[in-house]
Write a protein that binds this ligand. Structure first.
Ligand SMILES: [Zn+2]
Length: 404
């Protein structure tokens, strides 16, 4: 498998690299970020997601705990009632952040949990115990589901489990097995999914709308269209280049670049833990919600989480309006109709070209401009509850100068 850091990047797939990185950063601080990559065959969506295994950081867990108990907050049935002294006695260990896959033919017992047959048939100490399934074992990490649309179509029970797991952050899971008490565990996992909406059974939002809405962001993967990108890809994929690359990676440490990526992820997570969205941007998001009748609170929560994460992995000190608008298509593609989305994108772009607020490039090295923007929003953006009706209408007009 080609290391994550060596995969080809182009305009159509860049967003997925970012989302994958953002989700790992967020998972590391205990806040899941669910992402869904949609696209045609051959766009490399599953390759990128699977290659991310190579950049996963470590987590610290109670030694040998299959539920990946955080020593500070033990949650599993074996450890949740132990004192900190008892936990200290068990010891801790570092393991790679889990990355587990659910196939669309998976059984409920494999996904949630089942009776531990090895223990049950142990002749010395027969014992009925639960063996946690893929989801509880992926606690504090990632679950990957390829062809999520097919899973939603053929496994309503697993879909229901996913709805619970992704319902809150953290979510929860009930493991049921005849003859054993029901176990309810907290699970904090980021769900990554991929699908081809053009293949049977069609786009996820049409099969199970509720599950589609659980994804914070959707990334539509385009095929590369630029001649330059395509010829570069041809070159990279040519036989002689592959041989050359293999030699290189054998000589150098092929994982050195992935290691660097991992270091960055740890650094970004430390930064993200303390970062917050400035109030004026929160007001901006709230106004988008009201103006465009967005309905999904998850959508604007994702916009907030996404903007802060995106600004973090782009090494900015603080999230900016461009970080919020960058998230709009990914947060809303699966939640609003196409017309609304285009209207919104035009809306923020019109704004951008008018006063340069959205044009990040222009103000990159211009602290004056940044100050101006902040001032503009500090005066123009106030909590919605403080605005009266007329003001609200005025504000919306100012936001959309093209609408008469
Ligand atoms: Zn545990």
């Amino acid at each position: 498998m080609i290391p994550f850091s060596k995969l080809e990047r182009y305009e159509g797939n860049e967003a997925l690299f970012d989302l994958v990185t953002m989700s790992i950063v967020s998972s590391l601080v205990g806040e899941p970020l669910h992402i869904h990559a949609e696209g045609l065959r051959g766009t490399g969506k599953t390759t990128i997601m699977r290659a991310a295994k190579g950049i996963l950081p470590n987590i610290t867990r109670i030694k040998n705990c299959v539920y990946n108990c955080d020593p500070e907050h033990p949650h599993c049935p074996h450890h949740r009632n132990l004192s900190s002294e008892e936990i200290a006695a068990l010891g801790v260990e570092e393991v790679t952040m889990p990355f587990l896959e659910i196939s669309h033919s998976a059984k409920i017992g494999t996904v949630a949990g089942s009776i531990d047959l090895a223990r049950l048939t142990d002749s010395a100490h027969p014992e009925a115990q639960l063996l946690p399934g893929i989801i509880p074992q992926a606690h504090r990490g990632i679950i990957f589901i390829d062809e999520i649309n097919r899973l939603a179509d053929t496994s309503p029970e697993i879909t229901d489990i996913l709805l619970d797991v992704m319902g809150n952050k953290p979510g929860h899971l009930q493991i049921e097995e005849a003859g054993l008490p029901v176990v309810d565990v907290e699970v904090s996992v980021s769900v990554w999914a991929a699908s081809n909406p053009d293949e049977d059974p069609g786009p996820l939002e049409e099969i199970r709308r509720q599950l589609s809405d659980r994804f914070d962001m959707v990334c539509y993967m385009g095929r590369p269209t630029s001649v330059d990108v395509l010829s570069q890809m041809l070159k990279e994929n040519s036989h002689s280049q592959k041989i050359k690359k293999n030699k290189e990676s054998a000589q150098l440490n092929s994982n050195a670049k992935d290691d660097l990526y991992r270091q960055n992820i740890i650094k970004w997570a430390q930064k993200y833990e303390k970062a917050d969205l400035p109030d004026f941007l929160r007001n901006y998001i709230a106004r988008l919600y009201v103006k465009h009748n967005l309905e999904s609170i998850r959508a604007i929560e994702a916009m907030q989480q996404g903007a802060v994460l995106y600004s973090t992995i782009k090494n900015r000190d603080q999230a900016m309006i461009s970080d919020v608008t960058h998230m709009i298509p990914q947060v809303l593609k699966h939640r609003v109709d196409g017309d609304t989305l285009i209207k919104m994108i035009n809306d923020v772009e019109v704004r951008g070209s008018r006063d340069g607020i959205l044009n990040f490039k222009n103000k990159k090295n211009n602290p004056e401009k940044k100050k101006e923007d902040t001032e503009y929003f500090n005066t123009a953006g106030r909590p919605l509850k403080d605005l009266n009706r007329n003001e609200l209408i005025n504000t919306e007009k100012t936001l959309a100068p093209k609408e008469g």
